[in-house]
Design a protein around this ligand. Structure first.
Ligand code: GTP
Ligand code: MG
Length: 351
């Protein structure tokens, strides 16, 4: 949901504009530093790296031009493979992403990397470690790396992540790797929008696996036991296998378990093969269409929630009235349930 306390200029509103459902752009000047959404979209879809960087910045800032741009490039999306890399902090996700990226680059595939960082602010924090490790990738125009912070992100990190995936896709990137720690509502939402989710575990988790199995077993399409140079890797593989047998969610896909040592590139080819096999399965079983459809559903519903709340409060319900409503509930003159119902009764749908 948008935060109204910040000092950015408001995003133009298209409510009264029936001829075009997209918001008018705030800036129609055409120059290389301030390209219009249309010229940016054209440059981006023709593979211009700089246009991609500019476009991602617009989405990150939730700039008024971003929606128009995203609408323009949407027809050019649908080719990229979207792969999630999920696992607990320090499991080696970034190292794995790094190794996979180098592997894909040898096959001349263009790779986008989005690191969803739960804590660090946008410009600093933990991602710095990743930056250092990925230095050699930073100079490669076939690789695009961005980090997203789940905190302090205007407009929701799940929405922004999916928007950046679209930009990368439209810019001709073959593979988009999305690294998440996999906790919190935003991250779960992101995981639900990838095509193949790789869950990264490390040896010696034992009780940890027991504790997290409920969530993690269902979301994994491929399991990685990274840091296989450490003792206990085989035991971890056995534990995952055992727990997997308790899960019936996977249908006819049995998630493979791959051992890797990401820091020395061991097992990366096996991981690539496992991801590839999963993609073939997705296509052959019709599951790919189902997942892509689910991705569309989640994206639309997330945006609806955001936009609905935005327009509801401040428009349908003046902000002062809304604050009064909160006061009433706080003072026990009303209750949350009736307050929400009361608000809903003031909304006229379909107008
Ligand atoms: N021994 C060993 N160390 C590894 C391996 N893979 C990664 N590491 C190390 O583990 C540490 C954490 O690796 P990262 O790739 O940053 O882990 P991450 O999961 O991305 O961490 P966060 O993004 O902070 O959640 C680094 O010091 C890596 O060098 C491995 O296969 N074996
Ligand atoms: Mg990382």
């Amino acid at each position: 949901m948008a935060d109204h306390s910040d000092s950015r200029p408001p995003i133009p509103d298209s409510r009264d504009d029936h001829s075009d459902t997209r918001p008018p752009t705030t800036d129609t000047r055409e120059d290389s530093r301030h390209p219009t959404p249309d010229s940016l979209a054209a440059a981006l879809t023709s593979g211009k790296y700089r246009a991609l960087a500019q476009a991602v910045s617009l989405v990150e800032r939730d700039d008024g031009r971003a929606e128009r741009l995203l609408a323009d490039i949407y027809p050019a999306t649908g080719r990229a493979r979207i792969i999630g890399i999920t696992g607990s902090p320090g499991a080696g996700k970034s190292t794995l992403v790094n190794a996979l990226t180098k592997h894909y680059r040898k096959q001349e595939k263009k790779v986008g990397i989005i690191a969803v960082d739960p804590t660090s602010p946008f410009t600093g924090g933990a991602i710095l470690g990743d930056r250092i490790r990925m230095t050699d990738l930073y100079t490669d125009r076939g690789v695009f790396i961005r980090s997203m912070a789940t905190r302090g992100f205007l407009g929701g990190v799940a929405r922004a992540t999916n928007d950046v995936v679209d930009l990368l896709d439209a810019a001709g990137f073959d593979i988009v790797l999305v690294e998440t720690v996999g906790v919190g509502q935003d991250e779960v939402e992101i995981i639900r929008t990838v095509q193949t989710n790789v869950v990264v575990l490390v040896p010696g988790m034992g009780d940890d696996i027991q504790a997290i199995k409920a969530g993690i077993m269902e979301i994994g399409d491929v399991f990685v036991v990274n840091k296989a140079d450490r003792p206990g890797a085989d035991r971890t593989v056995t534990e995952i296998t055992m727990m997997m047998s308790l899960v019936e969610e996977h249908g006819d896909w049995i998630p493979p378990i791959v051992k890797t040592v990401a820091s020395t590139n061991q097992g990366i080819e096996d991981l690539d093969a496992a991801i590839g096999t999963h993609f073939e399965h997705l296509k052959a079983s019709g599951e790919l269409d189902r997942r892509n459809r689910e991705r569309v559903r989640i994206r639309i519903e997330t945006m609806l929630k955001e936009k609905f709340m935005d327009r509801l409060i401040g428009n349908t319900i003046p902000r002062a009235d809304y604050e009064q409503l909160l006061d009433d509930v706080l003072r026990k003159h009303n209750n949350p349930h009736d307050a929400a119902e009361g608000v809903l009764r003031r909304v006229r749908f379909g107008q």
